[in-house]
Design a protein around this ligand. Structure first.
Ligand SMILES: NC(=O)c1ccc[n+]([C@@H]2O[C@H](COP(=O)([O-])OP(=O)(O)OC[C@H]3O[C@@H](n4cnc5c(N)ncnc54)[C@H](O)[C@@H]3O)[C@@H](O)[C@H]2O)c1
Ligand SMILES: [Zn+2]
Length: 405
């Protein structure tokens, strides 16, 4: 038996933010990030709509990118005081993910972060509040997924919380919110979405319900991401839907080791001065992982199907997979994303000397490999790597060398 879960209601299209007027409840806690929602007027509008719905509103502001366990605990405390029956999370993946974890702690104050990280082990939520998610970036699709990614900065590790309990009740996918994204964010979140769709399609948990969502998302991203990056707002709007479709696919089909590696490298070099941004990490690692996974016969067939669906050409399975790898790499070039960690600058752009020194990388690669294998996304990857293989794969992602094992 398999399960397929999505939010009960999904409102989409320009102006759909207004749907907030129809939520029924007494108190709404609105969770937002560092300020972009306020700056562009979306926060004020959301608060107004909720007040029109007859709700008392309180804000929890300033959730940082790659949110920490501490922020989650602080937010849960604020919820404990205010006792909301709606949690409305607005912004990028970071504030929405943080709000999901706060929700768990709010409903079950005794829960520790370790408890939350037990995959598909959460108790029943919605005894205190329902959850509405409104994305402003076009990538994570956390508005429809069963995941939340929280960073433990003491360990320098991102932990996925995974359970259908945290799939939001209501998602509002209003492309107006995505139109203010700076180019770099469009690039990173767009490649995150492409990775979601491709990993979901080859995941061992793929099924007839997730495949069409993944394939259509891939087609839309191929058609619209580069144009969206160049400033075409119609394509930007389409990308907001495409990433959401990819999310519906991967929330139910799960992901693979591109994400395991992105989770475990993201904050691993924070002491060197930067993060490897989630979407950029995925964009760099995806071609390497395709080559690695393609040694599995079923995965190879599925990558070739993707290549066919994208119309990339090639006669044999091998040729098609090669075309797919080349396509991802050429998209990275067009989006100004480097091909490997060695050339990943602190500002995320390609550079001769990246911010992760070779020596530091080599010192840490073994531990990162062990952690990546333990990541919740590894289980559904079509080929299970050994620690040695994961280390080799990570090195290919550092030096941009060919994967021939
Ligand atoms: N829950 C999931 O299923 C899932 C999936 C993939 C990634 N993630 C996680 O999500 C996080 C990344 O989320 P993200 O890529 O959406 O970025 P983000 O939420 O970290 O936001 C990045 C920056 O963009 C700004 N921003 C957001 N929307 C904007 C807009 N419309 N206009 C201008 N600026 C805007 C924010 O203020 C912030 O400074 C990572 O922690 C990643 O691990 C979660
Ligand atoms: Zn992702």
């Amino acid at each position: 038996m398999a399960r397929f879960t999505l939010p009960r209601d999904l409102y989409h299209g320009k102006g759909s933010l207004e749907t907030l007027k129809t939520l029924k409840g007494k108190r709404a806690m609105v969770c937002v990030g560092g300020g972009s929602m306020k700056r562009f007027g979306f926060l004020d509008r959301a608060v107004e709509y909720l007040k029109e719905a007859g709700m008392e509103v309180e804000l929890f502001e300033g959730i940082e990118s790659d949110p920490s366990v501490e922020t989650v605990m602080r937010g849960a405390e604020a919820m404990q005081k205010f006792q909301p029956d709606w949690i409305v999370a607005m912004g990028g993946g970071s504030p929405i993910d943080a709000a999901k974890a706060m929700w768990i702690k709010y409903e079950y104050p005794e829960t520790t972060f370790e408890d939350m990280c037990k995959v598909f082990g959460l108790p029943t939520l919605r005894t205190k509040a329902h959850f509405c998610a409104i994305p402003s970036t076009s990538g994570t699709a956390t508005e429809v997924t069963a995941f939340s990614i929280i960073t433990d900065y003491e360990k320098g590790i991102k932990y996925p919380i995974a359970d259908f309990e945290i799939t939001p009740d209501v998602a509002i996918v209003d492309p107006d919110l995505a139109e203010t994204m700076p180019k770099k964010l469009v690039a990173h979140t767009g490649m995150d979405a492409l990775t979601h769709a491709i990993e979901a399609y080859v995941s061992t948990a793929n099924c007839d319900y997730t495949d069409p969502l993944a394939l259509h998302a891939i087609k839309m991203i191929q058609r619209d991401l580069i144009g969206s990056y160049a400033g075409d707002m119609e394509k930007r709007d389409n990308m907001h839907n495409a990433q959401c479709l990819a999310g519906m696919a991967f929330s139910n089909a799960l992901l693979g080791i591109v994400h395991s590696m992105a989770h475990k490298t993201g904050a691993a070099f924070a002491d060197c001065g930067a993060h490897i941004i989630h979407g950029a990490a995925n964009a760099m690692y995806l071609p390497k992982v395709i080559a690695f996974n393609a040694k599995d016969e079923t995965a190879a067939k599925r990558y070739a199907e993707i290549a066919d669906f994208m119309g990339l050409g090639g006669n044999t399975t091998e040729e098609k997979i090669q075309k797919l790898i080349e396509k991802v790499r050429s998209m990275n070039d067009e989006l100004n994303i480097p091909h490997c960690i060695k050339h990943y600058g602190a500002d995320s752009y390609p550079t001769e000397e990246g911010f992760v020194p070779e020596k530091v990388f080599l010192e840490r690669v073994h531990d990162i490999a062990v952690n990546a294998i333990a990541d919740a996304c590894t289980g559904s990857n079509p080929r299970q790597p050994s620690v040695e293989e994961m280390e080799k794969l990570l090195k290919c992602c550092y030096y941009d060398t060919e994967v021939d094992f």
